[in-house]
Design a protein around this ligand. Structure first.
Ligand code: UDP
Length: 237
């Protein structure tokens, strides 16, 4: 059993799940629902690192497609992830969970910079550490940021909570006969270009032996289910 044995995990939430049913931005009620699930996971004794995407606010690729300079647009995307991290911190602290935000882009008035040893200390004290601004460089995504932090914080697994319930052999939104994998290897994900995470993130997980669990965060209670080794998911390992 992979997850029931895990002591420290990194949970990556796509930015789009923070907008709930809305088409854009942050739905505070939905963020609170996610925070409750994170709190419940924390209460099992698990050490939790969080990474939250920014796609509910801005994606660099979308800006570039409209003629913006790609790197500039990516920096805007990274700032979006900081806003999401602050929203999640606020929700977690409202329900009594000590949380620290560490950003890969320094902004001292807002949050801490990423300092691994300090993050380690926070986790030992039972705090949740939210890593914001991805890897702090354009041309990357928060998936890569999540894989990087999972490696440096020596997490036992990377959980990707998103709007689909796992990894499929083709796009389930376009192909009704798409089949979901229960488990799949990193190499197959890369060779078949399966859209689970960007290739650099998958390669980083592979090279550091970090199992990747993809599941839908849209169904309430799924974090607990996945952590118990139950529910619908795909394990990439
Ligand atoms: N981004 C970046 N470098 C990073 C992390 C994020 O440039 O290390 C930018 C990139 O433009 C990306 C945006 O921030 O599109 C939002 O992150 P992402 O698309 O990963 O969010 P998600 O899809 O998880 O909501």
């Amino acid at each position: 059993m992979l997850l029931p044995a895990a002591k420290r995990i990194l949970l990556k939430l796509s930015g789009e799940v923070l907008m709930g049913e809305a088409g854009f931005g942050i739905d505070p009620a939905y963020v609170m629902r996610l925070a409750e699930e994170v709190k419940a996971a924390r209460e099992t004794g698990l050490e939790i690192c969080l990474v939250i995407g920014g796609g509910n606010i801005f994606r660099g690729m979308a800006g570039a497609a409209q003629g913006m300079d790609r790197a500039q647009a990516d920096y805007m995307g990274m700032l979006a992830t900081v806003m999401n991290a602050l929203a999640m911190q606020s929700a977690l602290e409202q329900i009594g969970v000590d949380t620290r935000v560490q950003s890969a882009i320094q902004m001292d008035q807002v949050c801490e910079p990423v300092i691994r040893r300090r993050a380690e200390r926070h986790l030992q004290k039972g705090r949740i550490v939210i890593f914001a601004a991805g890897v702090g460089a354009p041309y990357f995504t928060t998936d890569s940021g999540a894989a990087l932090r999972a490696a440096e914080m020596r997490c036992d697994a990377l959980l990707k909570g998103t709007s689909v319930d796992g990894v499929y052999d083709s796009d389930p939104k376009r192909n009704a006969s798409a089949t979901r994998y229960d488990t799949v290897s990193y190499d197959q994900v890369l060779a078949d270009n399966l859209k689970v995470m960007d290739a650099s993130a998958v390669a980083l997980c592979r090279d550091n032996d970090i199992p990747l669990v993809v599941f839908s965060i849209r169904e309430k209670g799924n974090v607990a289910r996945v952590l118990a080794g139950e529910g619908v998911q795909t394990i990439v390992k």
